[in-house]
Design a protein around this ligand. Structure first.
Ligand code: FMN
Length: 314
């Protein structure tokens, strides 16, 4: 039995015990196990509201360099929360499932890569991954992190196994109208069963990779495997995760998503993000803040440095 699976089982029985006495406790399982246990957290929710993105002013429109957070009412309320103290977690001593729960709810919102890949023997696969981001635009590189899957061939999820074998895949960004189609593909289907037929989604040909892209996605990337990085737990010496670095060879973006400056318009794109537990989020409003420049701010910065009180935390 792998360490990972042992952790899940330990957390599972602990969580079952706690749940019967404490309604507030949250299940501790990775995604597919969570989905089996979280139904009661979904009761009595209001209907979905599609996002209506608009641009607003910044939270503190007249903010000046050095201005304390406590100068706004929201800022004072924010700082007041600190009165309840801090929980400081030594990760080396913490149960990995508690780290999972904390990290996926604290590192938010996360974009989601909906990955299409094909196995060495031709089985097509779809799955969502939120440990995902852009690494750099030059060269265009993205990262997707796939945790180990005990009991699967090579202890790998199909996506990691396929990408390692074929060295190519597509990443499709998910929008609100079809998030449930994508979520369905997070199921632990056997490797020989493709998610495509039951997903309700449509295949579109890629230019150079074998894996199709998802036609419903307004922004897709054809990727070649640049480098797989095996992440090893230093305490156990065991690999737990494959970090996939993908070189983006082609980008497919729908014309109706682009604004006059060539940016993808968030109001039209309606991307969804991943929060903790089984929560997804739509976009809230946007606000614009210019990036400060040293040539404009040098004087203010040096004044603040000179006036810094002895022993101050500022
Ligand atoms: C929104 C969402 C995000 C997910 N993110 C990840 C992730 O970043 N890494 C991971 O290993 N699994 C993640 N999962 C779980 C995988 O989608 C799931 O294990 C899936 O069955 C893997 O499919 P595969 O074996 O076909 O590759 C996520 C699930 C959902 C619903």
């Amino acid at each position: 039995m792998s360490e990972w699976w042992r952790d899940v089982r330990r957390a599972r029985s602990a969580s079952t015990r706690t749940r019967s006495v404490c309604h507030e406790s949250t299940p501790l399982y990775p995604n597919h196990i969570i989905s089996l246990n979280a139904q009661h957290y979904m009761a009595d929710l209001p209907p979905f509201t599609p996002s209506t993105f608009k641009q607003t002013e910044a939270p503190v429109p007249d903010w000046q360099s050095g201005q304390s957070v406590t100068e706004s009412a929201e800022g004072r309320e924010w700082i007041a929360g600190e009165e309840q103290g801090w929980k400081v977690i030594d990760t080396a001593a913490e149960n990995p499932m508690n780290l999972y729960k904390l990290m996926i709810s604290g590192i938010v919102p996360r974009p989601i890569a909906f990955v299409s890949s094909v196995s060495a023997d031709g089985v097509e696969n779809l799955a969502p991954f939120s440990w995902f981001n852009m690494v750099t635009h030059n060269p265009p590189v993205i990262s997707v992190s796939v945790s180990a899957a005990s009991g699967r061939p090579g202890d790998l999820k199909d996506t990691a196994s396929n990408i390692k074998a074929t060295k190519e895949f597509t990443v499709n960004v998910i929008s609100e109208p079809w998030v449930q189609n994508a979520n369905f593909c997070s199921m632990d289907m056997p490797p020989e069963v493709s998610e495509w037929p039951s997903s309700g989604l449509t295949k579109a040909d890629s230019v150079i990779v074998r894996a199709p892209r998802v036609k419903e996605s307004a922004f897709s990337m054809e990727c070649e495997l640049l480098q797989p990085v095996e992440v090893v737990n230093p305490q156990t010496g065991k690999p737990t995760t494959t970090l996939i670095l993908g070189l983006v060879k082609y980008i497919h973006v729908r014309n109706d998503m682009l604004n006059e400056r060539g940016n993808v318009d968030p109001a039209k794109f309606k991307p969804v993000s991943r929060m903790g537990d089984i929560t997804y989020a739509t976009l809230g409003d946007g606000f614009r803040l210019p990036r400060p420049l040293w040539k404009d701010e040098e004087e203010n910065v040096m004044k603040a440095v000179a006036e810094r009180p002895e022993g101050s935390n500022l």
